[in-house]
Design a protein around this ligand. Structure first.
Ligand SMILES: [Zn+2]
Length: 387
């Protein structure tokens, strides 16, 4: 099966050739190109100049790739931040990675948000507050600095010109279930999915944002449990190979009945877009919601034959399945394409389009690192560390 798969995936050769210099494991995660954003020099963006008086509009919110209304709790946090500015007579400023407050304001805001968090007794409300605060800070800190589409610094590193859009086969819908700490992260790869396929084929759902999660679960209810699959290795009986999953699930019979889509019967694939440590909480939340909606706690999970092979070298630090989110989607599309039921939907081309975008992101992050005077040759010395 694996041999068959490799034949169907000539794309990896492109990835290998392009990324040779990137493949070694860095001495510390922060030295990886994937983490270069977090090592950016401090940058002060005075919110006064970039829109203190400008509320977060629907246009701005959805410009970042979301499909929901502006989350009410995010707006509340933004208002609270502005109140705090007036109260302590200090302007917010952000540095480095965009979403990190700095200086005197940070000290005061730290105290305030910790107290607020402690005072919330309901665990659901705690999660929602945590997410809203993370997202609000990232939104304000990235305003006027990051390109809304590619989440890279717009004047220096925007890679949008290199993205080629591609239509996804209409029977599939990806959901990027993203941790708030990955939102607007420059090295996030989940964003590539909606850049390439559009937000209706690959939809962002932020963990802990009620507006996003409601949209996702409404779609899941329509699709039915058998048409919702999570790419997560949870070691349970609910985990199946893609081929087994196809035998038992996917009741929509999409390939023979295109009208099924008009009933919302997509095959929904959930990609958990967070670090290893965050992903278990994210999966737990999905399971709890599944129990609420379907009366059964387990979610169907898919394991990929390629899970730990070619792609994991893209992202040296540990992540949930040793691969990055975009690579997981590429692996999924490539495996699907090898199955007779799906071989006429050009899924291979779609995988290739995503792979090209991933390469472009890698090159943009590498160029950024080089421009900042950080060596990349050092990585070659550690090539043998790759497993
Ligand atoms: Zn851009």
């Amino acid at each position: 099966m694996l041999a068959d798969f490799k034949l169907c995936l000539p794309l990896t050769s492109l990835l290998f050739s392009t990324k040779t210099r990137m493949e070694s494991r860095p001495q510390s995660p922060n030295r990886s190109v994937w983490n270069s954003a977090s090592r950016s020099p401090p940058r002060n963006v005075e919110i006064k100049e970039t829109g203190d008086h400008m509320p977060i509009t629907l246009q701005e919110w959805q410009g970042w790739g979301t499909v929901s209304p502006v989350p009410a709790k995010v707006l509340e946090v933004v208002d609270d931040l502005k109140v705090l500015e007036r109260h302590i007579n200090a302007q917010m400023s952000f540095g480095g990675n965009g979403g990190k407050l700095q200086g005197h304001f940070k000290v005061q805001e730290d105290k305030k948000h910790r107290a607020t968090y402690q005072a919330i007794s309901d665990s659901e409300q705690k999660i929602q507050f945590f997410s809203a605060r993370q997202i609000a800070c990232r939104l304000l800190g990235s305003r006027g600095y990051l390109c809304q589409k590619c989440w890279l610094p717009m004047e220096e590193d925007c890679m949008c010109a290199k993205i080629k859009r591609c239509s996804m086969w209409h029977g599939i819908r990806f959901w990027l279930y993203m941790h708030p700490k990955d939102f607007l992260r420059q090295n996030n790869t989940g964003k590539l999915l909606w850049q390439v396929f559009g937000v209706h084929s690959a939809t962002l759902c932020l963990f802990g944002v009620a507006e996003d999660e409601d949209i996702m679960w409404s779609a899941f209810k329509v699709a039915g449990k058998n048409n919702v699959w999570c790419l997560y290795p949870n070691n349970s009986t609910m985990q199946k190979s893609l081929q087994d999953a196809l035998k038992e699930g996917f009741t929509a019979d999409l390939e023979h009945d295109p009208t099924a889509m008009s009933d919302g019967k997509f095959v929904n694939f959930v990609l958990i877009d967070g670090t290893w440590s965050n992903s278990s909480a994210m999966f737990r939340r999905l399971k709890e919601k599944a129990k609420h909606v379907w009366g059964e706690e387990d979610m169907f999970c898919i394991s990929l034959a390629t899970g730990g092979s070619a792609m994991h070298k893209l992202r040296p630090q540990p992540s949930w399945d040793r691969t990055c989110t975009a690579a997981a989607a590429i692996g999924l599309l490539s495996e699907l394409q090898c199955l007779p039921r799906f071989d006429s939907f050009q899924l291979g081309e779609q995988a290739e389009a995503l792979e090209n975008a991933l390469v472009a992101l890698l090159e943009a992050l590498t160029a950024r690192r080089l421009r900042m005077g950080r060596s990349i040759t050092r990585k070659v010395r550690h090539n043998r560390d790759i497993c």
